[in-house]
Design a binder for this molecule. Structure first.
Ligand code: ATP
Length: 761
């Protein structure tokens, strides 16, 4: 026995806890109308997870809870517990005894538990379906629902059979997979739409980030260049400053020296102005010389005049003498004449060697004396007086001449004196002129040298101002660099410039590098700055962060999409597999049921035939894709036909030409449905079957047949029969009587067959 017992507490009319033990194959529940028998059957449906309140004959969940009666308070909850013997593990759970319980509260909440542990309805359904106990209720045939299987449409019938065949588990799985697939596809659409939505944003951010990355690279490049440039610049400025100072120092000292020299030269030149007074002295001496020379000339002229007069007197004397000699024709010795000649010759000889005029004159005089003496000696004294007079005159004149000659000598002395004086003065002045010239020369030299120094200082000054500009420029560049690439640009002191091979440059290489190289570097840096400004992306870090987050989200979505597509594929495969399995098992099951159905049917009706056949029924369905506007416009609504697989029942009663279910009598319908239910139950026997007055419509002969079949059926499944039928009761091992007292509470009691017959009445 699989089903051990059921505990009903607070459920419907069972206001008090009631337990029914099922330790025989056939248990029967009997009792008067309205005593609560069907409530027991419903208690089974309830605990097995029935979700339709309506099929439990209620409107709300509250209707399932004992509502109280006279002297019996209403219950707050309804609970039903079903206990299975699971030693044979008919339920796929590792317990020898399994208690499945469902509780419903007045707030409509349901609680399920297996062996006291709270579980979900799904767990209960799964556990039960493994034992062919389905929620479709095929094993619980409620009162008046015996022919439900005949009344239902092909689809419902199919579901019922699937359930009975234990295919519900697959069907559920399939339905669940379809639901999951729908959900997955919906998710796929959502994820795809999300990805589509963020794609342009990612594209935009990517471009921004690329720009930022380029900027970072540019900034790094610029920072390196800054380090090199600043270091070069600083070293160069220091070096150049030092150079200028070194070059300037000697120039300044020379300049100072020159200044002193200049002062001195100027002083010398200033003195020359006072020298002009000497010139006056020179002029004075010159004037006096001129006077002396004029005097000398005058004296000489007087001497000349006297000498002229003398010579004219001499001529007169000569003439006198000639006149005297003509008269006396006197002869003189040659020797006397030669002697005179010799005397004169000597005098002339002397005169030849003398330049001085006065001496020559004396010689002349002497010659004259010689001659006159000769004549005198040879002449006869004739007209001597005249000659004496003349001679006296001459003497007077010679005296006068001597007076002049003395004066001339004095004048000569004065002239000599003045000439010396003049020469001295002249010399003095010449000397002064020389020192002035030196001073002037010095002046020229100093000025030239000063000019040279000035020009050198000027060029140093230009270099200084260029350097100042360079320094200012460096400061400006430093500020700009820190604003542009950050403070890292200012850490150039930590770096030492290197060459293209990565070798450190020497200090000399740095400071002596041609300036155009720095200029060239600056030009390149300017270009980078312009490119940086052009690429200007604001909020760099935020953009990178956003890009990272967005791409991560997109990658996450991509992965999710891949997962979803994978699970969609596997769900589709699973659905396909389940469908195939369902189709195969269903067909096999139906074939098996048909064999049993045929047997039970023939047993019931003593012949005839009954078959379940798998059919496809075309069903009209409004096309869900139809555009409403088209529908509204009155155009023909497109409809499509959908083939639905289901089960049809074909019966053929013996000796009757009846072939449709519709034409069967109530009893015939009951027998047919019972035959089918029994057939189903035999193919895949559930642990228990509850038949709630399925025998109500049977006559005595058919009740007997029904009773026989029940016994047959009980070999496979435990039977709980709610009945008023004596025949049926007679087959039960245990009979429970249900009564309802004045308090409206159903009560159970185990009774004997005879009592049961009595109660049933
Ligand atoms: P019959 O032989 O006529 O089919 P039965 O024995 O099957 O009768 P049930 O249909 O099981 O009788 O029981 C019906 C009774 O249960 C009614 O009297 C009804 O008042 C009672 N009942 C149903 N729901 C509740 C409830 N929530 N609280 C109290 N009593 C209830």
């Amino acid at each position: 026995m699989y089903l051990k017992s059921i505990e009903i507490s607070g459920f419907k009319s069972f206001g008090k806890k009631s337990v029914l033990d099922f330790n025989v194959p056939i248990s029967s529940i009997v009792g008067p109308n309205g005593s609560g028998k069907s409530n027991v059957a419903e208690a089974f449906s309830f605990v097995l997870g029935e979700q339709s309140i309506k099929s439990l004959r209620g409107k709300r969940a509250e209707d399932l809870i004992f509502n109280g009666g006279k002297d019996a308070p209403r219950s707050n909850r309804a609970s039903v517990k079903l206990i299975f013997n699971n030693v044979q593990r008919i339920l796929n759970i590792d317990f020898d005894e399994v208690a499945i319980e469902r509780v419903v509260n007045r707030d409509s909440s349901s609680e399920y538990s297996i062996n006291g542990s709270a579980v979900r309805l799904k767990d209960i359904v799964e556990l039960l379906s493994s034992a062919h106990i389905g929620a479709s209720g095929h094993q619980i045939i409620s009162q008046g629902e015996a022919d439900k299987v005949l009344n239902s449409n092909i689809r419902e019938r199919r579901e019922m059979i699937e359930d009975a065949l234990g295919l519900k588990i697959y069907q559920n799985k399939k339905d669940e997979s379809i639901r999951k697939l729908e959900k997955t596809e919906e998710n796929i659409k959502q994820v795809e739409s999300l990805r589509r939505e963020i794609a342009p944003h990612i594209k935009f951010l990517k471009k921004q980030v690329e720009k930022i990355e380029k900027m970072v690279v540019m900034k790094e490049e610029l920072t390196k260049m800054y380090h090199d440039y600043f270091r070069h610049e600083e070293e160069y400025i220091k070096f150049e400053k030092q150079n200028i100072a070194t070059e300037k120092q000697p120039l300044l000292s020379v300049s100072g020296k020159l200044e002193k020299e200049l002062v001195e030269a100027k002083q010398v030149l200033a003195k020359s102005v006072t020298k002009d007074s000497r010139s006056d002295d020179v002029v004075k001496v010159e004037d006096r010389l001129k006077e002396v020379r004029t005097l000398k000339d005058n004296l000489s002229r007087s001497v000349g005049r006297i000498e002229g007069e003398i010579s004219s007197l001499f001529r007169m004397i000569k003439k006198q003498n000639e006149a005297n000699s003509a008269m006396s024709k006197k002869t003189v010795d040659l020797s006397q004449v030669e002697n005179v000649y010799k005397q004169i010759d000597l005098e002339i000889e002397e005169a030849n060697s003398i330049t001085e005029f006065s001496k020559i004159k004396e010689i002349f005089i002497s010659i004259r004396k010689i001659l006159s003496d000769f004549i005198e000696r040879n002449k006869e004294n004739e007209d001597k007086q005249a000659i004496l007079d003349l001679e006296n005159e001459i003497k007077k004149l010679e005296l006068e001449k001597t007076g002049y000659e003395v004066k001339i000598r004095e004048a000569n002395n004065t002239e000599t004196e003045l000439s010396e004086q003049y020469a001295f003065l002249k010399n003095d002045i010449e000397k002064e002129k020389d020192s002035n010239r030196d001073a002037e020369k010095a002046l020229f030299r100093i000025v030239a040298e000063q000019n040279e120094i000035r020009s050198k200082l000027n060029s140093l000054g230009s270099r200084e101002s260029v350097l100042r500009r360079d320094e200012e420029e460096l400061q400006r560049e430093l500020q700009e660099a820190s604003a542009l690439v950050g403070l890292s640009a200012l850490r150039y002191k930590d770096f030492w410039p290197i060459d293209t091979n990565g070798n450190a440059l020497s200090h000399d290489q740095i400071v002596k590098e041609p300036r155009f190289v720095q200029e060239e570097k600056r030009r390149v840096m300017e270009k980078i700055k312009v490119r940086l400004e052009d690429a200007g992306v604001s909020g760099g870090d935020d953009v990178v962060k956003e890009y990272k987050e967005t791409t991560e989200r997109d990658s996450f979505l991509e992965r999710e999409l891949a997962d979803l597509i994978n699970s969609s594929t596997s769900l589709k495969n699973l659905i396909k597999e389940l469908e195939e399995k369902l189709a195969i098992e269903f067909r096999n099951g139906v074939t098996k049921i048909n064999i049993q159905f045929q047997e039970f049917f023939r047993a019931m009706f003593g012949g005839g035939s009954a078959t379940l056949s798998i059919v496809k029924e075309k069903k009209r369905k409004k096309n869900s894709d139809t555009d409403l506007s088209v529908a509204d416009s009155g155009e023909e609504i497109v409809e499509e036909e959908e083939a639905e697989e289901g089960l049809d029942i074909e019966v053929s009663l013996p000796k009757k030409k009846i072939k449709g279910l519709m034409m069967l009598s109530g009893g015939e319908r009951a027998l047919t449905s019972i035959a089918l239910l029994f057939a189903i139950s035999q193919v895949n026997p559930p642990p228990f079957i509850i038949l709630d007055e399925t025998d109500a419509a049977l006559d005595e002969a058919n009740s007997k047949k029904y009773g026989d079949m029940i016994v047959e059926l009980s070999k496979y499944s435990q039977l709980i029969l709610i009945t008023h039928n004596r025949e049926t009761m007679a087959r039960a091992g245990v009979i429970y009587g249900v009564t309802m007292g004045m308090d409206g509470v159903s009560r159970l009691l185990s009774i004997q067959f005879e009592e049961a017959v009595q109660v049933a009445k």
